[in-house]
Design a protein around this ligand. Structure first.
Ligand code: ZN
Length: 276
């Protein structure tokens, strides 16, 4: 069984899932022919030619605060997810216990539980939480009405309702959530995409966000069809992959179905993912 809980110094990181789905590898590996991704995927490729992707969030306990990193697909509009609140409950965590919700970016599978419907309005699911979003990410998705119309309803139900809400906290650059956990701008998948850098008592880790949906994104630097800025995404992947190797960083990857925690290492001259 892959590990679903790690400690980094005095910080605890726990994987919590909202569910999973199976999708086409062509969706995850943009422009990569099947005779290339097939052998590379190996056992991860199902007999009907799909690959599983997890809707993984992380519960982080740091400096007396409880952080929830991303909120999954949610349960609206026939979502394939919907398990996040149950997953938290199994850990004894109620929505009111969350101090900070942080969205690595504002795609549908990362904001799904941001809000719930109450008396005909969408209100924050986590009543006591600050909602942290990178300013650049927020303005990209919310300032153009045509983009809101094109991208569908998740912005209407789970992003825009936060606009006039005192819980919303828009931040710039490497903002620190606690003394041990900071945003790390990693643009490309979306313009204001952020990972999380964790450092405590001499140990370090990174929560990737959607830098990688599958280990092959780190090993081969392949990009996903859902990357808004493909060339930037590739540059960010390249730089971060090198850092993961050089600093031997512990990695938390919410979409990896084979296990959320691992390390990227060099083996026989190639980047290679090792699940914990
Ligand atoms: Zn995603």
């Amino acid at each position: 069984m892959p590990v679903d809980r790690v400690t980094v110094g005095s910080v605890e990181i726990v994987r919590v899932t909202d569910g999973s789905m199976f999708g086409s590898p062509a969706f995850f590996f943009s422009g990569i022919p099947s005779d290339m991704y097939g052998p590379a995927l190996g056992d991860d490729l199902t007999p009907n030619g799909t690959v599983e992707v997890e809707f993984g969030s992380f519960l982080v306990r740091s400096s007396g605060k409880t952080l929830l990193i991303d909120t999954g697909m949610g349960n609206k509009r026939g979502s394939p997810g919907g398990r996040l609140l149950d997953s938290l409950k199994q850990l004894g965590v109620r929505p009111g216990d969350i101090d900070v919700v942080m969205n690595t970016h504002l795609h549908i599978d990362h904001v799904g539980w941001n809000c719930i419907e109450q008396d005909g309005a969408f209100v924050p699911t986590f009543p006591n939480a600050e909602y942290w979003v990178a300013e650049k990410e927020w303005s990209f998705w919310t300032s153009d009405p045509d983009l809101v119309a094109e991208e569908g309803q998740h912005l209407v139900s789970d992003v825009l309702p936060l606009r006039d809400c005192p819980q919303l906290k828009l931040v710039d650059g490497e903002a620190a959530i606690t003394a041990e956990v900071s945003l790390l701008p990693t643009p490309g998948h979306t313009p204001g995409h952020s990972s999380l850098a964790i450092s405590s008592a001499g140990e370090s880790a990174i929560i990737l966000g959607d830098i990688a949906h599958h280990p092959l994104h780190l090993e081969r630097l392949w990009i996903a069809s859902v990357d808004e800025l493909p060339r930037t995404s590739r540059r960010t992947k390249r730089a971060l992959a090198q850092r993961l190797i050089d600093e031997h960083l512990l990695v938390a990857a919410g979409h990896f179905s084979s296990g959320a925690f691992g390390r990227l290492v060099m083996a026989n001259g190639r980047r290679s993912w090792r699940t914990l």
